[in-house]
Design a protein around this ligand. Structure first.
Ligand SMILES: Nc1ncnc2c1ncn2[C@@H]1O[C@H](COP(=O)(O)OP(=O)(O)OP(=O)(O)O)[C@@H](O)[C@H]1O
Ligand SMILES: [Mg+2]
Length: 373
């Protein structure tokens, strides 16, 4: 089965073609895992660097420009093209596609509209079943892409992205229970906001990670919030960094935050970046540890979402859960930690495996803030 997957929930326009047999019974068969035939991602990061963040209207327009060329390139890379009679051009060979998958929630409304409307139109035009895929499921299923080993159930997924911070328990494919979530900001959003305070470029996550390399993570003490159960809070950490920077450079709290970075030396920026990165990691891993104590039958830990690219977090996670009785830890390949369509195809593969019905392309709704279920 070949699945065309489309992703446009934020500022990446992406298409991929995934192949495999969701119903393969032979346990040695490669086809029982989703394999990537093509994977195209066009990022708008360069546009938004100039603004320091995503402008939803601009993102939607950029998706509109990019989406058909991106899909066409996914067909070309997969070798799914046929030559046109009487011309030297090639067109997409839709006879090779068995299903279309598209991100329908959560995300920016205008961005989601472009991807979903494109997918709905193509599904109707070419008579293909349409699978509407939840974006966070896709981030989790990035861990099943071409990996030698795949996670075992029951598992705990730590979803850490630009818009979400959640611990999700899965007892089987396509079975999700949110057991912890942020009460305010997401951890990725916190990386982005702290980067702004430190005058580091967008997107903040990689900038902080880079700046932190020369920093002392013990230099500034930042608080770990005392939030009940398995929930998170990150807005206090962002404010704690702001107050610590104001104190360090000796200005009142009324001082304009966008001018603070001018008063910091490069070393101070690195020390703040390292101290923040360590504290954010500690907060995440403390909750993960608590979740594991609550669910001792957990066989795998799956880290998912854009923040999973953070090398410090990866190293600290492996270090913390390194006893033989600890669950096996999985991270997505770096190229699949941020938004991409291959992970959407993988999520669709497992929806099909669990016999989820396709969506009616005439009535697909988008829900920008819907919880995974
Ligand atoms: N190396 C890194 N360290 C820390 N954070 C990172 C790193 N690389 C990327 N990020 C963060 O990951 C986030 C982007 O991740 P992702 O693309 O998954 O989020 P999103 O799609 O915008 O949100 P969501 O998936 O919740 O809808 C940004 O906040 C970015 O700063
Ligand atoms: Mg995402």
């Amino acid at each position: 089965m070949n699945i065309l997957a489309i992703e446009s929930s934020c500022d990446e326009t992406a298409a991929a073609i995934i192949t495999g047999d969701p119903f393969a019974s032979n346990s040695n068969s490669d086809t029982k895992k989703p394999q990537i035939l093509s994977n195209i991602v066009v990022s708008q990061i360069d546009i938004f660097k100039a603004y320091g963040g995503v402008i939803p209207e601009v993102a939607a327009r950029s998706h509109l420009e990019a989406i058909l060329p991106v899909i066409h390139q996914a067909f070309r890379d997969a070798g799914f093209t046929k030559s046109n009679a009487n011309s030297s051009s090639y067109s997409d060979d839709w006879s090779k596609i068995d299903a279309i998958a598209v991100t329908h929630t959560p995300g920016l409304l205008g961005s989601l509209l472009i991807g979903t409307l494109t997918a709905r139109t193509l599904a109707i035009l070419h008579g293909k079943p349409l699978y509407a895929i939840h974006h966070l499921k896709s981030h989790i299923y990035a861990n099943w892409l071409n990996a030698e080993n795949t996670p075992s159930f029951p598992l705990l997924a730590l979803v850490i992205s630009g818009g979400h911070t959640q611990i999700i328990r899965m007892t089987a494919h396509n079975n999700f229970e949110i057991i912890g979530t942020t009460l305010d900001d997401a951890v990725g959003e916190c990386f982005d906001k702290v980067a702004k305070i430190l005058g580091l470029p967008y997107p903040g996550g990689p900038s902080i990670a880079n700046c932190a390399k020369k920093g002392d993570s013990q230099k500034y003490h930042l608080p770990i919030p005392n939030i009940k159960e398995l929930d998170f809070s990150f807005s206090g950490l962002k404010t704690a960094v702001l107050r610590a920077v104001q104190k360090e450079v000796g200005v009142p709290i009324s001082y304009p935050s966008h001018q603070l970075a001018n008063l910091l030396t490069d070393q101070q920026k690195s020390d703040f970046a390292a101290s923040f990165e360590k504290t954010a990691t500690d907060i995440l891993l403390k909750k993960l540890e608590k979740a594991l104590a609550t669910y001792p039958d957990t066989k795998s830990i799956v880290i998912a979402g854009g923040v999973s690219a953070n090398q410090n977090l990866r190293a600290s996670t492996v270090k913390k859960f390194n006893s033989p009785t600890d669950p096996t830890i999985f991270f997505p390949e770096l190229k699949f930690s941020g938004d991409n369509a291959a992970m959407v195809g993988a999520a669709a593969f497992f929806e099909i495996k669990t016999k989820t019905e396709p969506t009616d392309p005439y009535s697909l709704n988008i829900f920008p803030r819907s919880d995974i279920q």
